[in-house]
Design a protein around this ligand. Structure first.
Ligand SMILES: [Zn+2]
Ligand SMILES: [Zn+2]
Length: 188
């Protein structure tokens, strides 16, 4: 078993797996630990501790973003709803994507998804395009607790919620069509 650094392999996501009911602080803490491990293994020019890490509760379509001024990376922003809907594994993939941006900004002042980005994205097994995710068409919410399920298709849970119950507390479920406007105010 190889626990060494700079071995060019992606850390096993499951070592860092966290529950979707964790707090924002926990998600940030785990994300930083994970980021450090990725940086070590791939020798990226990124200093986790000089960056701000935050979670957007408002972003809807972007999985993550890096804020920078000039070509100096300042902040990594992850999207809470992406974590809630898609889970930690996808957030880990997003972190790898954002780390490539920071690395290339630091090395070359390059914030693009150009050839250098593509090469690293394939090494780090992440998407070249900034991950985006659609708003769910429906929210199926528990009437007794805060649990809710995102649904993108007209599944049985959407058409006949009374046949199901909340996985957390056994409460009744209700379906609400999602009317949220796409988020437009996030900078990258
Ligand atoms: Zn990107
Ligand atoms: Zn419930």
């Amino acid at each position: 078993m190889n626990n060494g650094t700079s071995n060019g392999s992606i850390p096993d996501d499951q070592w860092y797996e966290i529950d979707r009911n964790c707090s924002r602080e926990e998600l940030i803490a785990v994300s930083k630990v994970y980021a450090r491990e990725v940086i070590d293994r791939f020798d990226l020019s990124v200093d986790v501790s000089t960056l701000e890490w935050s979670i957007s509760m408002r972003a809807k379509r972007r999985a993550g973003a890096v804020k920078y001024s000039g070509s100096v990376p300042k902040e990594v922003i992850l999207t809470w709803e992406y974590f809630e809907n898609c889970g930690w594994e996808r957030v880990a993939e997003t972190i790898r994507h954002e780390l490539i941006h920071i690395h290339l900004l630091n090395e070359k002042g390059d914030s693009s998804h150009g050839p250098d980005f593509k090469r690293l994205a394939s090494k780090l097994d992440t998407e070249v395009n900034c991950a985006r995710f659609a708003e769910p068409k429906w929210w199926v919410s528990c009437s007794s607790c805060s649990n809710r399920y995102a649904r993108y298709r007209r599944s049985k849970l959407v058409t006949r919620p009374s046949e199901f119950q909340c996985g957390q507390c056994g409460g009744c479920l209700e379906v609400v069509e999602n009317q949220d406007d796409p988020d437009t105010d996030e900078s990258s």
